[in-house]
Structures are given as structure tokens and as C-alpha cells.
Design a protein around this ligand. Structure first.
Ligand code: TMP
Length: 206
């Protein structure tokens, strides 16, 4: 059995990541792969519990330090309980958000020094990294409009467009500096068109 591949999806709100994640799962399954679809924060019992706490906590403005520690606590649990066993069993793992989101949201978005995030990354991941990270890129105004259209407005009440622009810029900067593991996909066009870009990316990368 060939080793599983770890594929992560990143991007701002409203970029359609969950829809694209399901498409990637189907694409891989159609090629005979066993696939695990998962997400962060979450993806294991403890990590899902942390997700519930964190997403509630944001309304209280807990601060970037608590957030990043909770994100990495969830990530450590998710990796150990879910991701690594699946990869070891030869399954591909498609994960909606991963460590790049901590750099983008707690780092660029909320101003936490990147060195702290890098230290946590080293502690929790060691040398482990995704084989492929797809960044779904969208102007913040458009992402916000799409998310509002889906009724997901609460999450954005405290988050300005400037914050979302910093998040976006961080994803793009990391993709540009991070070499071959990243691929940016323009998520602004209509869904069918984005899906076509995604399909081409998968065909050339996997
Ligand atoms: P999502 O389910 O829409 O992706 O929402 C999860 C939220 O968690 C999203 O606003 C981004 C945020 N997040 C962080 O702030 N840091 C992280 O490390 C991760 C994985 C997610």
C-alpha cells in the first residue's frame, strides 16, 4: 500500500473550503484512494471539544496567546489520534485548515509574534508537514459577502476587513515563500471555474 498523503486547505472565510475539500475527497476516491476528510480546529474528540470552546471564546475576545495555545493543543491531539494513524494506514488525509491558519489568524491577524508560532509548530509537528497546501484566495470583501449570504455573520462582528486583509496577505506570503508544497487557487470566480482550477491543480500535483 502506498503511503497516505496529507493535503491541507487554507484561505479566508467564505472561500468555499469545505465544498472544495469534499470535491478533493471524491476526486481521490475516484482514483482508488482511501480518504479521510477532517478539519482544524477539530478532527478528534478532544480537538472538537477545544473547537467548541474556542469558537465560543472568540466572542469574549480571549486574546491571541490563549487562542494559539488552544489551536496547537487541538492540533497535537488531532495529529496523534486521527491524522498520523490514517497516513500510516495508507489513507490520504484532506484537512480543512492546518498550521498556516495559526500564522494567518493568530499571527498576522491578531499580531502574535511569528516566532512563538514557529516554536509551537516545532514542538507539535517536528519535521512533519503537508505534502500539498492549497490556498483558496479571495478578496476579504467578497469572502465576507459570501459568508453573510450563508448566514455566518456572528463570527465577523469583531473582525474588520483590515484584519481579514492581513490574514489573506499572510497566506499569500507564506505560499510565495514556502516553495513547492503550496498552490494558490483563485477562489473569486464562480464555483464551477474554481473547481476546474482545482481539478487541474490536483492532476498536476498528486
Ligand atoms: P472554519 O471552520 O470556517 O474554518 O472556522 C474555523 C475558524 O478557526 C476560522 O475563523 C479560522 C480559525 N482558526 C484560527 O484562528 N487558527 C487556527 O490555527 C485554525 C486552524 C483556525
Amino acid at each position: 500500500m502506498s503511503a497516505g498523503r496529507f493535503i491541507t486547505l487554507e484561505g479566508g472565510e467564505g472561500a468555499g473550503k469545505s465544498t472544495h475539500a469534499a470535491f478533493i475527497r471524491d476526486w481521490l476516491q475516484a482514483r482508488g484512494r482511501e480518504v479521510l476528510l477532517t478539519r482544524e480546529p477539530g478532527g478528534s474528540p478532544l480537538a472538537e471539544e477545544i473547537r467548541r470552546v474556542v469558537l465560543q471564546g472568540w466572542a469574549e475576545g480571549v486574546g491571541a496567546e490563549s487562542e494559539v495555545l488552544l489551536m496547537f493543543a487541538a492540533r497535537a491531539a488531532h495529529l496523534r489520534a486521527t491524522v498520523l494513524p490514517a497516513l500510516a494506514a495508507g489513507r490520504d488525509v484532506v484537512c480543512d485548515r492546518f498550521v498556516d491558519s495559526s500564522y494567518a489568524y493568530q499571527g498576522a491577524g491578531k499580531g502574535l509574534d511569528e516566532r512563538h508560532i514557529a516554536a509551537l509548530e516545532s514542538l507539535v509537528l517536528g519535521d512533519f508537514r503537508p505534502q500539498l497546501t492549497l490556498v483558496f484566495d479571495l478578496p476579504p470583501e467578497q469572502g465576507l459577502a459570501r459568508a453573510r449570504g450563508r448566514g455566518e455573520v456572528n463570527r465577523f462582528e469583531d473582525e474588520s476587513l483590515a484584519y481579514m486583509a492581513r490574514v489573506r496577505e499572510c497566506f499569500l506570503r507564506r505560499a510565495a515563500a514556502g516553495g513547492a508544497r503550496y498552490q494558490v487557487i483563485d477562489a473569486a470566480p464562480p464555483l464551477e471555474q474554481v473547481r476546474e482550477s482545482l481539478r487541474l491543480a490536483l492532476e498536476s500535483r498528486l
